[in-house]
Design a protein around this ligand. Structure first.
Ligand code: PBG
Length: 323
């Protein structure tokens, strides 16, 4: 049937009619708030390239995480910045490391808040790469042992979910194997499966002090031109035991989110990354876009593309706006 019997505008006439037929829902239950934790006490350090985002010492983190949870966001993902960095990133798998201590403090104060941890070495290595460097290159097989060790130490500290973000081959299998062996068969893995070598991580690297001191990450992160490869990466991670696969960044890879969802039919997460946040925030602070409308539209598009879970620095704001 076509015009005049069909009039698409009929169902757009009122908010109630529009709501009845809306295909995509954005609700706080899908959101994960990233949080940065630093050593010290009473510390709140604004991240210059991410207005509105701060790095917190553990006591402040506990307070802020409580507010995030209170706002309706069910989960946080933690990134740690250690006191000392070294060649092997030992701070990543130290039982008394910054993230391990933060997990214990969070689970003690907010047992119902889901604590996810980013599992990577880049915040802990003095060279800033995501793994162990040998002869100027990140050594895959040594790195995955260290990644698995890090994941186990997070689980021992009480992490609800671990999320390896290093992009080494075989790391999901290594993490799953070690977790199972150490009695953590119930801890799920969100795999950063299709993580692109993106210009949009810049502000994060300021926040995490994890800019590579030589070279770049293109030897392990994905080429932005590839989508079939993303499906292959996600399939491999699932075969190795991933429970959820992530695409990252989000907005420049909406087609990849859709493909992974359609071809694999598994839970998909999307990371709306630091540079995506910074770009929206900068436009908003200049009065060039309506922040709330632009953010809600952006996150809705990520959900529409097929993401179940969205990691975003806007999580708490969005939960408050939607309330
Ligand atoms: C660690 C990691 C990064 C991000 C998440 N985990 C940085 C990177 O790969 O350089 C980026 C998150 C963001 O930009 O918000 N490997």
């Amino acid at each position: 049937m076509s015009f005049p019997a069909t009039r698409m505008r009929r169902m757009r006439r009122t908010q109630a009619l529009r709501d009845l037929v809306r295909e995509t829902e954005l609700s706080p239950r899908h959101l994960v708030q990233p949080l940065f934790v630093v050593p010290g006490e009473g510390v709140r350090q604004p991240v210059e390239s991410m207005p509105g985002v701060e790095r917190y010492s553990i006591n402040e983190l506990v307070e802020v995480a409580g507010e995030v949870h209170e706002a309706g966001v069910p989960a946080v993902i933690l990134f740690g910045i250690p006191e000392h960095k070294d060649e092997a990133g030992t701070g990543a798998y130290d039982d008394e490391g910054i993230v391990q201590m933060a997990i214990r403090a969070l689970k003690k104060e907010h047992p119902d808040l889901t604590v996810i941890t980013d599992v990577c070495l880049c915040e802990y290595t003095d060279h800033g790469h995501c793994g162990f460097v040998r002869d100027g290159e990140v050594d895959n097989d040594i790195t995955i042992e260290l990644i698995a060790k890090t994941a186990v130490s997070h689980a021992e500290a009480g992490a609800d979910v671990v999320a390896p973000s290093d992009m080494m081959d075989g790391r999901i299998g290594a993490v799953r194997g070690q977790l199972d062996e150490e009695g953590h068969a119930d801890v799920p893995i969100i795999a950063y499966a299709a993580k692109y070598a993106s210009a949009f991580y810049g502000p994060f690297r300021d926040a995490a002090e994890s800019t590579p001191q030589f070279g770049d990450r293109r030897g392990y992160q994905m080429d932005p031109g590839n989508a079939l490869e993303a499906v292959r990466e996600a399939r491999l991670d699932l075969e190795e035991g991933a429970d959820v696969v992530m695409v990252k960044p989000a907005v420049t890879y909406l087609d990849v989110i859709r493909r992974v969802k359609d071809e694999l039919g598994v839970p998909v997460a999307a990371y709306h990354v630091s540079g995506e946040y910074a770009a929206l925030k900068a436009a908003a602070l200049n009065g060039w876009v309506d922040e709330r409308a632009a953010v809600l539209e952006t996150l809705t598009s990520i959900r529409r593309a097929g993401a179940d879970v969205i990691l975003t620095y806007y999580a708490k704001d969005v939960a408050e706006w939607l309330a």
